[in-house]
Design a protein around this ligand. Structure first.
Ligand code: JFZ
Length: 431
């Protein structure tokens, strides 16, 4: 009997030990999550020495470039036209509220003045300027929040070992120890959270590089981040349902619930959601990729994300000279013009009462339900809003009343002509 009690006590104890590790987000973290949700739109920046090769950020692996040869790019990296304020101004003009910047991508090159490796923008390039510092200062100045992409995987270091699925052709023969690599990462992350604060989010990537079951030491790393900055939101592009300790769920190249690119079959959690998408076809600068999405398509993507309760993180890959591609800047400008008018129907909203449809989506803020009609070939639209009473319906743009009838099943909107705007928004006021 005594033995049984002891076992019972022991198992209760182990349950409490496990429970004690359960992540309880700090109040400021919960606040940051809501603020993040309200922001709805961010710009992703993929920039590194790979921009010189102009083949995207995977060039080192895709072309099987030797890591020592690749590293020579650094001594030629001089982005003479880099101007952090110009970037941030163009980004703010797009209506985006935050930037996610690649502090260190898979190639292992650090875009800030890190003490933990000389392979960085200040020590290894003739440019010698701390790009991240300049960017963080410009962000502060213009009220743009800063998120940092940080690659867990590394194609350059010897102590990123075991080697993962990718980066096997970069010529590393010796190998150090995972432990030193893990410490290196934690030191760098500490540096980022200390010297470049506030960082609203850390956006990890690379988990998928190792075999399933590989121990990345995430719980300790996440706990360290939340200790340093409790409000810092943790995201991880592992293409899985969120892990313990994460604050945002991200989707790559697909809206939540869709899976055209093959990275997004995972369940949708209750965490804030974010979809990242390219403006052309590549994240890092690719000279031959001029296949930019149109402005209406980009606006539709942003709106469809909002209707799914998700943010859009839209990518731009700066050129090796430090400028954002003109095609991207022009699109950002036009999205911004649209947001000037329609931002109210996007910012601060949550996914609306009517689930996403082919014709469009709904967003909700207080007693307003915004019906975003993106693609309708009809003069009527039925909304299954049973149990809701609509007080009034107006066209958001010109405040003209929209005809509607209502019964138990829902609301029928009737238009004089087929809605033809990029996004024809009907504002419903609910009782
Ligand atoms: C990842 C990065 O590899 C990519 O460079 C970019 O930063 C993007 C936002 O995130 O994309 C992936 C992740 C995993 C795979 C492919 C691309 N994968 O598993 O093949």
């Amino acid at each position: 009997m005594r033995k049984h009690v002891a076992i019972l006590l022991l198992s209760l104890l182990s349950v409490t030990v496990v429970r004690a590790q359960d992540y309880v987000p700090a109040p400021e973290n919960l606040e940051a999550r809501e603020e993040f949700r309200d922001d709805k739109f961010g710009i992703f920046i993929h920039w590194g020495i790979y921009s010189m090769l102009a083949q995207g950020e995977w060039a080192m692996t895709n072309l099987n470039l030797n890591y020592k040869e690749y590293a020579k790019l650094a001594s030629g990296f001089y982005p003479s036209r880099f101007n952090a304020e110009e970037w941030v101004k163009a980004i703010a003009a797009s209506g985006a509220k935050y930037i996610c910047f690649t502090s260190r991508h898979h190639d292992g090159f650090s875009m800030w003045d890190t003490d933990y490796s000389d392979y960085n923008i200040v020590d290894a390039t003739p440019f010698k300027r701390d790009i991240l510092k300049e960017l963080s200062e410009a962000c502060q100045k213009y009220g743009i929040k800063l998120h940092l992409y940080y690659s867990h995987l590394d194609w350059y270091r010897d102590d990123y070992y075991p080697l993962g699925r990718t980066g096997r052709g970069t010529g590393r023969t010796t190998h150090g120890e995972w432990k030193t690599y893990y410490e290196f990462m934690n030191n760098q992350i500490t540096e980022l959270l200390t010297n470049y604060a506030p960082i609203r989010a850390i956006w990890f990537d690379g988990w998928w590089d190792q075999q399933p079951g590989f121990d990345w030491g995430l719980p300790e790393q996440y706990a360290m981040i939340h200790r340093l900055q409790p409000a810092c939101l943790i995201a991880n592009n592992h293409h899985q349902a969120p892990f313990e300790g994460e604050d945002i769920q991200i989707f790559e190249r697909d809206l939540p619930g869709e899976n055209t690119a093959g990275y997004s079959g995972q369940d949708i959690s209750a965490l804030p959601l974010e979809t990242c998408q390219t403006m052309n076809g590549m994240w890092g600068y690719k000279i031959t990729d001029q296949d930019y999405k149109s402005v209406p398509d980009l606006i539709h993507y942003l709106v469809r994300a909002a209707g799914r309760n998700a943010n859009l993180l839209l990518n731009v890959g700066p050129q090796p000279n430090g400028e954002l591609p003109a095609a991207a800047v022009e699109r950002m400008r036009q999205i911004g013009e649209w947001m000037q008018v329609y931002g109210e129907t996007v910012y601060g909203t949550r996914g609306g009462d009517v689930p996403p449809r082919d014709w469009g989506v709904t967003t909700r803020k207080g007693d307003k339900l915004y019906v975003h009609i993106l693609d309708l070939q009809d003069k009527g639209l039925f909304l299954p809003l049973s149990g809701q009473k609509v007080k009034s319906a107006v066209c958001f743009k010109d405040r003209r009343p929209v005809k509607f009838t209502q019964d138990k099943q829902g609301v029928l909107l009737e238009f004089d002509a087929v809605p033809a705007d990029v996004d024809y928004v009907v504002e419903l006021t609910l009782k």
